[in-house]
Design a protein around this ligand. Structure first.
Ligand code: C2E
Ligand code: MG
Ligand code: MG
Ligand code: MG
Length: 292
């Protein structure tokens, strides 16, 4: 009967819920161990490139967290960041990320001092609204020997709905730190608030690319959104570029920077450092040619 079927669904639902709760609990316990052990978390660095008339020039990196779980293997942040946020373990984890990313940013800077490479770091709402976030940040920046302007905090639209976050971001920008709004365009407040958002950079979500293609109005829409960001005085990063076509669209639409698998996936620290060095050589070569 229908009732019986419903009942079965109920049982399945409950057991799925139990599995989910059990899994979250297990992840949380393992995360506490991992934070103690110290070598299970790894940062990868995905390059951002500035589009220009000539070749795309390396502009910086986004630090992206991975967890090398001793039993489950590599885990994606989509799986464990929500658990870290719920359990507040994102606070120690986020501190580790910030320190590690800035230390690596310093190494990139040393390898190419003139390039002004920026390190983008994703920050959760809970971190931002923690008392002393900005003074802690100032301390890490100082300790790692970076210019504040070489750090860019990536936050999401939903974090701006509370008044608390905006105050903290204003404070961070006062330190000279940049702020980027991540995944822009998938929230609600976006367009009308763009001008007032306390951010320096807009990162367009890759979902915009799904609407583009085949000469539809999608591309015109992307052009308009980028123009709007520019009108608000904010440079635009187009995220998730996977093909030459998408790169061409980003360029035509006026995006200032690009990021995506077409250019490079998230890289190990060593691979990223190699990229910094080769980009520096290319820049020096271009300079030598133009000054001849
Ligand atoms: P996000 O900040 O929007 O990061 C961009 C995501 O898109 C990354 O996924 C990146 O690997 C992926 N990506 C890059 N290029 C392409 C592309 O061309 N195509 C497609 N389909 N995807 C691309 P990832 O590394 O799995 O991170 C997922 C999310 O987890 C991040 O989204 C961010 O919200 C969060 N996250 C990652 N690291 C941290 C962290 O250290 N702290 C916090 N709070 N969140 C983090
Ligand atoms: Mg991000
Ligand atoms: Mg993003
Ligand atoms: Mg995203």
């Amino acid at each position: 009967s229908a009732k019986q079927a419903g009942g079965n669904r109920g049982v399945m639902y409950e057991s799925a819920l139990f599995d989910k709760a059990a899994q979250q609990f297990a992840i949380e316990a393992d995360m506490r161990d991992a934070l103690r052990e110290g070598d299970q978390f790894v940062l990868l660095y995905q390059p951002l490139f500035r589009l220009g008339a000539g070749r795309s020039v390396l502009a910086g990196f986004e630090a992206l967290l991975r967890w090398r779980h001793p039993v489950r293997g590599w885990l994606s942040p989509a799986l464990f960041i929500p658990v870290a946020e719920e359990s507040e373990l994102i606070l120690p984890l986020g501190e580790w990320v910030m320190e590690q990313a800035l230390r690596q940013g310093r190494a990139f800077h040393a390898a190419s001092p003139g390039a002004g490479l920026v390190m983008n770091v994703n920050v959760s709402a809970l971190q931002l609204t923690q008392a002393g976030f900005c003074s802690g940040l100032a301390g890490v920046i100082e300790a790692e020997g970076l210019d504040a302007g070489q750090l860019c905090l990536e936050i999401t639209e939903s974090m701006l709905t509370g008044a608390g976050a905006s105050t903290v971001l204003a404070e961070a920008r006062e330190l000279g730190v940049q702020v980027a709004i991540d995944d822009f365009g998938i929230g609600y407040s976006s367009l009308s608030y763009l001008r007032r958002l306390p951010v320096d950079v807009v990162k367009l979500d890759r979902s915009f690319l799904e609407d583009v293609g085949g000469g539809s109005s999608g591309e015109a829409f992307v052009v308009a959104v980028i123009a709007l960001a520019h009108a608000a005085g904010k440079p635009v990063v187009f995220e998730g570029i996977e093909t030459q076509d998408q790169k061409d669209i980003a360029r035509r639409a006026g995006a200032d920077m690009v990021q995506g698998f077409f250019f490079a996936p998230p890289l190990s620290a060593n691979a990223a450092l190699e990229l910094v060095r080769s980009d520096r050589k290319l820049s020096e070569l271009a300079e030598a040619i133009t000054s001849d």
